[in-house]
Write a protein that binds this ligand. Structure first.
Ligand code: SF4
Ligand code: SF4
Length: 162
């Protein structure tokens, strides 16, 4: 039996609403996941958020309507699976073992390695480094923007990230 135009219209509205619902749900999950990752990288993460993040990423991957949506959570799922101790260090100890998350690291100069060559002082455009020639230099944590330039310029491996 042929479907009436009214029924066809209703079915297409229903299909449209279903898609909007799923897209919105996916979008909410993704943005919520993004919020959790931001919290973790900025030092506000909590241990229980790791399971929540995994659950969200799994849900998005299973319910997304397009291929792109299905694979979008893969980096989160893979890193959670293989680098969980890194995530745990962020939420439990508020540390970034890779020295990447700016909110969780501090640049400092090892006085035993620093020979006072002055290269870092000249390179720091934020004026965060002080020190006399041939004396150990010091980084002012308040002024330091954690750009990493001093560390890459120091030939004596005297600048560390903790
Ligand atoms: S570049 Fe390295 S050795 Fe030279 S002053 Fe800076 S920290 Fe010290
Ligand atoms: S990390 Fe950047 S801002 Fe901080 S002391 Fe080094 S050069 Fe200056």
């Amino acid at each position: 039996m042929k479907k009436s135009p009214k029924k066809i219209k209703l079915a297409s509205i229903e299909h449209g609403l279903h898609k909007v619902y799923k897209d919105t749900y996916q979008l909410l999950n993704e943005s919520f996941g993004f919020e959790i990752i931001t919290d973790i990288t900025e030092g506000r993460g909590r241990p229980e958020q790791l399971d929540l993040l995994e659950e969200l990423a799994d849900t998005v991957s299973q319910t997304a309507l397009c291929g792109l949506g299905k694979t979008a959570p893969n980096p989160v799922l893979t890193t959670l699976r293989y680098f969980r101790p890194e995530y745990e260090a962020h939420v439990k100890e508020k540390k970034c073992p890779a020295g990447v998350c700016k909110a969780l690291i501090i640049y400092s100069i090892d006085p035993d390695k620093c020979n006072g060559c002055g290269v870092c002082l000249r390179e720091c455009v934020y004026g965060a480094i002080t020190g006399e020639k041939k004396q150990a230099h010091v980084i002012d944590a308040q002024l330091c923007q954690k750009c990493g330039i001093c560390r890459s310029e120091c030939k004596f491996d005297a600048i560390q990230v903790v």
